[in-house]
Design a protein around this ligand. Structure first.
Ligand code: UDX
Length: 427
């Protein structure tokens, strides 16, 4: 085959977590659709679960240029294979494009970590979490200590996470380009700050929804789930009134004590709202076997409990009227594009930043961070699902329109994806 006919080959290597794997597999499928050859590199653990619980094999059979490769879990960083993929590729002149599956607002906080240290705003000790943060351009006036990524509360400059994210600005500006899973109407002002560091920025989100526009016929079940989805919750939702159900899910990593679960249980039951609650078996820090029996079977008429749900399908369901979420970025984007208002109960990483933006900047819901009390949970659920539901539905509908428009021809994410493909082909 002559050289020109061989399409460019891209290696994609996601963080081995449900969120990043989900969004980057969607990116892989979009690049395959554009005729690029893709090698998708995952750890053995992720590979086993993807093959077992998702429809990845049937979905990618149609792309001759797609290969799913595995690398063993826990390789030391200096392992030749990992080095070749990650570090040495730069030495051999391969262009590197970073993909950030977190929000631009959190990425910008990471870029500003050196500033926060220089200004003495971190590390901080003591508990006054409402102290305003002043040295992040574009976040003055509303951003507090409690909205920083959880690792900033460690009170120590030797925190491993702080040191992991400290070089973000230099790392990303060194790369050939930076892909961020977001869209300009949502995070425009912050993206302008990031562009100063990384001019070659591709905002192509919401990634998970691009495919619905590129492959209109494709069923919603192009999920890249690492757990078995309990489809019975869709049948349960079918029998509920429109916008009457609060969907409750805290992503793939958050864990809670049994006491915390019971506070949420009582708050949800006392709120009088219907709820569909995802309780992953590995998400209770105490012995999962001693989860109170109520949590395993829900309440007869109003509450339904599953271990893992087809989340994109749930959020698109007419019966869902709100989303109690940990503010993981994929969940946030999936709620934004379906126009579902949120209650945010962030757990760690980027979630504190996302929840502040949802509540304070985008007005798409309520930020309930740093509390876990049944009375506050009940009050917040009533506020979102009853008292202020029209207000939140209005703002959520508006942002959902922008999210959909940007994916259509002429939209910002549509154009940036085209530019990304053309730039890769030109490399
Ligand atoms: C992690 C971090 O927690 C998150 O903050 C970061 O933004 C991405 O990496 P995760 O905790 O898994 O991600 O949360 P999130 O980003 O929301 O991703 C969860 C994914 O799992 C979503 O795509 C969601 O659709 C899916 N999901 C979740 C299901 O398919 N079923 C469920 O029951 C719950």
């Amino acid at each position: 085959m002559d050289q020109e006919a061989v399409p460019p080959h891209v290696l994609i290597f996601p963080l081995p977590l449900q969120g990043p794997v989900n969004s980057m597999l969607k990116l892989a499928e979009l690049l395959c659709l554009s005729g690029l050859h893709i090698t998708f590199l995952v750890t053995d653990h992720i590979h086993t679960r993807l093959v077992k619980y998702s429809n990845i094999q049937s979905r990618f059979n149609g792309y001759p240029g797609f290969r799913l490769e595995t690398i063993s879990d826990g390789l030391p960083e200096d392992h030749p294979r990992l080095e070749l993929c990650l570090w040495k590729s730069n030495d051999v002149g391969l262009p590197i494009i970073y993909v950030r599956t977190i929000s631009a607002c959190c990425l910008w906080v990471f870029f500003c970590l050196p500033k926060l240290i220089e200004s003495g705003e971190i590390p901080f000790t003591g508990n006054d979490l409402d102290t305003p943060i002043k040295s992040i351009p574009g976040m003055e006036g509303f951003f507090r200590r409690r909205d920083l990524p959880m690792f900033c509360r460690s009170g120590s400059l030797s925190d491993p996470n702080l040191n992991l994210y400290l070089p973000e600005a230099t790392e990303n500006s060194r790369a050939h380009g930076l892909i961020v899973n977001t869209f300009d109407d949502l995070e425009g002002p912050i993206l302008a700050h990031i562009r100063a560091f990384c001019p070659n920025l591709y905002t192509i989100g919401p990634l998970h929804s691009h495919l619905k526009y590129k492959l209109p016929g494709q069923s919603l079940s192009s999920s890249n789930s690492l757990w078995k989805e309990d489809m019975s919750c869709i049948t349960w939702l079918d029998s509920q009134p429109p916008k009457s159900v609060l969907y409750v899910s805290f992503g793939s990593l958050a864990v809670m004590t049994k006491e915390q679960y019971m506070e949420f249980w009582h708050g949800l039951v006392d709120s009088g709202s219907r709820f569909l609650w995802v309780i992953r078996p590995d998400s209770v820090t105490s012995d999962p076997m001693d989860i109170p029996s109520e949590l395993s079977k829900g309440t007869k008429e109003r509450g339904y409990i599953v271990q893992w749900a087809p989340q994109e399908e749930v959020l698109a369901h007419r019966a869902v009227g709100g989303f109690l979420t940990h503010s993981g970025w994929n969940s946030t984007l999936e709620s934004v594009i379906e126009g579902v208002p949120m209650i945010c109960w962030p757990y760690f990483l980027d979630q504190q930043v996302n929840s502040r933006y949802v509540g304070e900047v985008w007005k798409l819901g309520l930020d309930m961070k740093d509390t876990c009390d049944r009375v506050i949970i009940e009050k917040t659920v009533r506020e979102l699902m009853e008292y202020r539901k029209d207000e939140f539905w209005k703002s959520a509908d508006e942002m959902a329109k922008y999210a959909k428009q940007c994916l259509m021809e002429g939209g910002s994410s549509y154009g940036n994806l085209e530019r990304l493909v053309n730039d890769i082909k030109a490399m």
